[in-house]
Ligand binder design. Structure first.
Ligand code: UDP
Length: 595
């Protein structure tokens, strides 16, 4: 019997901000644009659709009802929230529940499957459903090379990326959010220099984040101070050489100027590709946290880790229970998802990739009294991520025992097949474990869902302790709740102080005890090294990559940015993204803005 459509009589714990975001973009609306459901209806719609998947594995009516109530409690109490497309589309006609896709682009205008214009069409379908898309343009022949059928000359990858950009503008994502894209080009593609500078003009290619796929070979040439080969994609022929330092400097200069291009350390990512026999990673999703195979998809969800701290102590048992329920939730999504292309549907069921991550990490540190930019802060990051990874995998293993491992498990890096599970030196890449999912953990930006949950985003530090907000025409300071609680408890709270902090953006005020000035440190006050060290600490225990922006002061030099790009490489990060204060006005999505 299907579950009742009436939610439990337990209200969702949501801030006014969260309710506004939901009403504007997530709730079902009538033709006049008026919401026809409440936030409680929405969470129950999601909970029931996702719990229903258990029926396929023999669950009774009562078990499905109990599971739906558990999912409902998890979301309405803001302990876990799935990625936006799940909230928007579950139980609705589109039914597409995932945020991240990668599509292949072949070197043909159309070949009926994944030529340039075939993939353009697939991109439009994915954007319409609220998903973001990543592409590697590295297979496209370089600018100026011959087009045999017409004896004309090719216009090169950058020109086609611009075509995808224009099409994204035209489609607008499902009426709910605009299309977001990642464009990747390998560093050994002959057009790499044009690619690196193609966003110098900030009015160009605005629907794309771009990253250069940097290889080990390139990094070795950089370290040795030598040149490296540029390879023609169609033939594999070496057609030119470039000095590695010159190319690296151009990337770093671009990042200093505008934040782009980012860098994707593609060989490091591929080392942990769980299913190498099915192909190699060539691109990531738009915000960079999820490397994917061609036609691969990932549904994300994040545990609000700050929620588990009471009086400075983490309730690890409660967090473990919720990590397990959240993993179960994300695995069920794969069974009830309506995918936009048959290729994606097929691959998702063979490898069952999910991406469980965190949000509210800065809140957790604040509530434990640990400053973000300290060895203790970084160690806590490593520990939280390890915990998420271990507990998530225990649940994935339990599901594998009950429902079967993902069909490609035996030949994956988790399985017994020695050719896939060991690297060139013969060492196992990952310990053997029976799993339901080829990938369990990913740290997403949580741009919107952290607003819904009322917590700090992803693993990022606090953005501000207080800022001025226009409330019904009156400018009022909006202050971090933990900060207000500490100030009131210790007796140094005043409206004037809160307003001063909101206006200056700094907690370096004489009446605030030094200890709290340290604990409430914000993104711009943290040196770039600590940002990257935190990213690397999370990366140690994360199957995929990490969404992280390393903030620089406006006065930072090009050399400062170069040092950070090189540190990220040394610390085995899978990519790096920087933002220098004031270097661009309309940032594309680096923290997942939904506009
Ligand atoms: N994303 C997108 N469009 C957007 C925001 C996000 O396509 O406007 C995709 C993109 O793949 C990104 C992923 O969703 O990497 C996760 O972003 P985020 O965690 O900020 O999304 P949320 O679930 O909070 O909306």
């Amino acid at each position: 019997m299907p579950l009742s459509t009436t939610p439990p009589a337990i209200p969702a714990q949501l801030s006014q901000n969260a309710r506004t975001v939901l009403a504007k973009r997530y709730l079902v609306k009538d033709a006049a644009g008026k919401p026809t459901e409440t936030p409680e209806d929405m969470f129950w719609r999601v909970a029931t659709v996702v719990a229903e998947a258990d029926r396929r594995y023999g669950a009774s009516d009562a078990q499905v009802q109990a599971l739906a109530e558990e999912f409902y409690a998890l979301m309405t109490q803001r302990r876990f929230v799935p990625n936006s497309p799940t909230l928007m589309n579950a139980g609705r006609p589109l039914g597409q529940l995932s945020a991240c896709f990668v599509l292949p682009v072949d070197d043909a205008l159309s070949n009926g499957q994944n030529g340039i214009y075939d993939t353009l069409r697939s991109m439009a379908l994915i954007h319409q459903s609220g998903g973001g898309t990543g592409f590697s343009f590295s297979r496209l022949r370089q600018k100026g090379s011959m087009v045999r059928s017409t004896t004309g000359v090719a216009s090169g990858p950058v020109s086609f990326m611009k075509l995808y950009d224009a099409s994204t503008d035209a489609v607008k994502q499902g009426g709910t959010r605009r299309g977001a894209n990642m464009g990747i080009l390998r560093v050994d593609h002959p057009d790499v220099l044009e690619f690196i500078t193609c966003k110098e003009d900030l009015t160009q290619v605005t629907n794309f984040n771009i990253s250069v796929a940097v290889t080990e070979k390139f990094m070795q040439a950089l370290q040795a101070g030598t040149s490296y080969d540029l390879v023609e994609p169609s033939s594999g022929r070496v057609v030119a050489q470039l000095d590695a330092r010159t190319v690296w400097d151009k990337m770093v200069l671009g990042a200093w100027r505008t934040g782009e291009p980012g860098v994707f350390f593609i060989d490091e990512a591929n080392r942990y590709n769980p299913v190498p026999h099915l192909g190699a990673y060539e691109a990531t999703n738009p915000c960079g946290e999820q490397p994917l195979l061609p036609y691969d998809v990932c549904n994300l969800g994040s545990v609000n880790v700050g929620w588990y701290v009471t009086d400075g102590v983490v309730d690890w048992d409660a967090m473990a229970r919720d990590i397990r329920t959240s993993t179960h939730f994300l695995d069920n999504i794969i069974d009830v998802n309506k995918y936009p292309l048959p290729e994606i549907d097929a691959l998702s069921k063979r490898i069952r990739r999910i991406g469980l991550g965190v949000m509210g990490f800065a809140d957790l540190l604040v509530r434990m009294g640990i400053p973000y930019d300290t060895p203790e802060g970084v160690e806590m990051g490593r520990r939280v991520m390890e915990f998420l990874d271990v507990e998530g995998k225990k649940e994935s293993e339990r599901l594998a025992n009950e429902r079967g491992p993902f069909p490609e498990w035996a030949r994956s890096i988790w399985g017994p097949d020695e050719t896939c599970a060991r690297d060139a030196s013969g060492a196992r890449i990952r310990p053997m474990q029976l799993l339901r999912n080829c990938n369990v953990t990913t740290v997403a930006p949580t741009g919107t869902i952290s607003i819904i949950a009322g917590c700090s985003s992803g693993l990022e530090p606090l953005f501000a302790v207080a800022f001025m907000r226009n409330q019904a025409g009156v400018m009022m300071p909006d202050v971090n709740e933990d900060f207000v609680a500490v100030a009131q408890r210790e007796g140094w709270y005043s409206d004037a102080l809160m307003e001063r902090i909101a206006k200056t953006g700094s907690v370096k005020q004489s009446e605030i005890p030094e200890r709290w000035q340290r604990v409430f440190v914000t993104a711009n006050e943290i040196t770039p090294e600590w940002h990257v060290r935190m990213q690397a600490a999370f990366q140690q225990h994360c199957d995929s990559a990490i969404s992280k922006t390393t903030n620089f002061a406006h006065t930072a030099t090009v050399d400062d940015v170069r040092a950070i790009y090189e540190l990220a490489y040394e610390l085995n990060c899978k990519g790096v993204t920087v933002y220098r204060d004031g270097s661009r006005d309309n940032q594309v999505l680096s923290t997942g803005a939904t506009e």
